[in-house]
Design a protein around this ligand. Structure first.
Ligand SMILES: Nc1nc2c(ncn2[C@@H]2O[C@H](COP(=O)(O)OP(=O)(O)OP(=O)(O)O)[C@@H](O)[C@H]2O)c(=O)[nH]1
Ligand SMILES: [Mg+2]
Ligand SMILES: [Zn+2]
Length: 374
């Protein structure tokens, strides 16, 4: 049996690197798997058959994916499977360090990938003063997040980063233009990933457009098994799905012990009476509490907007039939303009009309109409 790792989507199939020989094969998904709705994403381990060697589009041969092996985990934004650790990459300048971004990525990764370790990797350190870097480390280190200072320009911290990558499956995640691809180019000689050539740009240009996995060589021992790193397209927090407001505090390690002492168990630590977090704000880094409050507020707004939309949809449908059997159907409600009055509505109108004109019910029986609305 041949197994391999999915590097990325390519030309109607996937590039798969075989485990034994490191051969890169272009493999479509077997039709049966498609029918069964089996999804395959970058990072998945798969079984391959019908292997034929020889140059094909961007690969050393071809094959067919016949099974997806068990997935350890799956991140949905971006789609990546089987991760051991995540490096949240931001630059200190160009674009400017943004605490909310890192905190929002941390919350998302923690919620989706329970047991996966996150690192904060600050790039373009050649553009910063040491004390501002240390100030950031002081915020995150006590929370058990390791902070790495690197520069793809000067090479600072690259070997330390390589040590941390080790033999694990890792990914770089972060906004566009922070230097994710530049760092991978330093880690893997001869790779030459496309990077943005305009160094002064304050916002990225989305140079990387798909997720791809690369093997990172171990410099000390090039023949030994190495780890994987995924380069990903930069994206902003607006593209992430919102957590439930009540789940956010559990993703802030410094809030958890304080939150246990709040008066109400459903306290969101924003305005509530008897909130132990609010009473102890001096113990939390201001940028971290600010991030927490913004993430909760955004999540609440998203939940309210969703509720409003779903109510609007409900208002546009109605239940019909079923009686006491509970087998009613939901059908769309006709727009007011196209609706004929129901018999009940007609009777009501008629009674109103009779009352206001003092007419006896027997006299006007021909005013009854039929119900044409379903
Ligand atoms: N000064 C400085 N510039 C850097 C450093 N690392 C990367 N850059 C520059 O930053 C720009 C963006 O780098 P990329 O590697 O394309 O960034 P990216 O994160 O991959 O961006 P996307 O692919 O758009 O998500 C390029 O012009 C790099 O030359 C660094 O350490 N210092
Ligand atoms: Mg890139
Ligand atoms: Zn509270």
């Amino acid at each position: 049996m041949i197994t391999g790792k999915v590097l990325r989507r390519h030309a109607g199939g996937y590039l798969v690197q075989t485990t034994e020989t490191n051969t890169i094969l272009l493999c479509p998904l077997r039709a049966r798997l498609k029918k069964e709705g089996v999804s395959v994403v970058t990072g998945d381990d798969v079984e391959v058959s019908e292997v034929e060697l020889g140059q094909v589009s961007g690969a050393q041969g071809s094959g067919v994916i016949t099974a997806r092996l068990t997935r350890r985990n799956l991140l949905t934004r971006p789609y990546l499977a089987n991760l051991d650790q995540v490096f949240i990459v931001q630059s200190i300048r160009q674009p400017e360090w943004n605490p909310l971004l890192s905190d929002r990525y941390l919350v998302n990764v923690q919620l989706e990938l329970d047991a996966v370790r996150s690192f904060i990797c600050i790039n373009k350190c050649d553009l910063a003063e040491e004390d501002e870097l240390e100030a950031l480390r002081k915020i995150y280190k006590p929370l058990d997040y390791e902070v790495l200072f690197v520069s793809a320009k000067t090479g600072r911290g690259i070997e330390d980063l390589r040590q941390h990558l080790g033999k694990q499956s890792s990914m770089f995640i972060g906004p566009s233009g922070v230097g994710k691809s530049s760092l991978i180019n330093l880690l893997i000689p001869d790779l030459n990933l496309k990077v943005d050539l305009n160094e002064e740009l304050q916002v990225g240009r989305h140079t990387t457009t798909y997720c791809e996995l690369y093997k990172v060589p171990d410099k000390q021992n090039p023949s030994s098994d190495s780890g994987w790193i995924a380069d990903t397209p930069g994206f902003n927090i607006g593209e992430l799905s919102h957590p439930e407001p009540k789940d956010v505090a559990w993703q802030f390690p410094e809030l958890i012990p304080l939150a246990q002492e709040c008066k109400f168990s459903n306290c969101l630590h924003i305005v509530e009476d008897g909130c132990h977090v609010l009473a102890n704000l001096s113990k939390i880094a201001p940028s971290r509490y600010e991030s927490y409050a913004v993430i909760v507020a955004d999540a609440q707004n998203a939940a309210a907007a969703y509720k409003e939309t779903s109510q609007k949809i409900d208002g546009g449908s109605k239940k019909v039939g079923g009686g006491s059997t509970g087998k009613s159907r939901v059908i769309p409600r006709l727009n007011e303009r196209f609706r004929t009055n129901s018999r009940r509505k007609e009777k009501q109108n008629l009674n109103d009309y009779r009352r206001s004109n003092s007419i006896d019910s027997d006299e006007e029986s021909e005013l009854d109409s039929t119900d044409t609305e379903q």
